[in-house]
Design a protein around this ligand. Structure first.
Ligand code: RTP
Ligand code: MG
Length: 153
């Protein structure tokens, strides 16, 4: 009944290649439910799509190189207000700022620099839907199977 008034959102979280080891326990400690998870190495094309809103930025090529460098852990997290809560747990983009503004945040603790900053989180619900679709395809609500997995097997 509570869920009628406070519907759960979904957000897409990505553990970036520099921080694959550390983050799963943090996600669970944050009270998120992991509804889908897969480890994958992004192709260049997928990484370019994933961050296409940044394609005109000076750091775009470095960002794509970084994201393809090794496996990422892709997570769909479910919680009330998941989008904002996951962004808050991540902290600011630049770990130097994170250490000043949000010392307990994941980026304050784990990020190496503004590029290699250990985690991604969707910026709003539409962004979450778009990127979840890009990474997981259509998730079947009955079986939890994703269409990309079916296509590639
Ligand atoms: P994200 O999308 O990964 O959750 O990060 P964000 O919203 O905090 O930051 P955004 O502006 O969307 O930037 C996306 C990612 O690009 C890399 N970046 N590098 N070298 C730079 O100045 C710079 N600025 C951003 C980071 O990996 C950032 O998370
Ligand atoms: Mg962003």
């Amino acid at each position: 009944e509570i869920d009628f008034f406070f519907p759960h959102e979904e957000t897409l979280a990505v553990i970036k290649p520099d921080a694959m080891g550390e983050h799963k326990a943090e996600v669970e400690a944050g009270g998120f439910t992991v509804t889908q998870m897969k480890e994958m190495v992004l192709s260049r094309e997928m990484a370019e799509q994933f961050y296409k809103e940044h394609q005109s930025k000076p750091f775009f090529n470095q960002l794509v190189d970084f994201m393809c460098r090794g496996p990422c852990l892709m997570l769909i997290l479910s919680k009330v207000n998941a989008v904002e809560e996951w962004r808050a747990m991540m902290g600011p983009t630049d770990p130097a700022e994170a250490r000043n503004m949000a010392a307990n945040s994941l980026r304050a603790r784990f990020a190496k620099d503004i590029l290699q900053n250990s985690v991604h989180g969707s910026s709003d619900c539409q962004h979450a839907r778009d990127k979840i679709h890009l990474i997981f395809g259509e998730v079947d609500p009955e079986t939890g199977a994703d269409s990309q997995a079916e296509m590639s097997s």
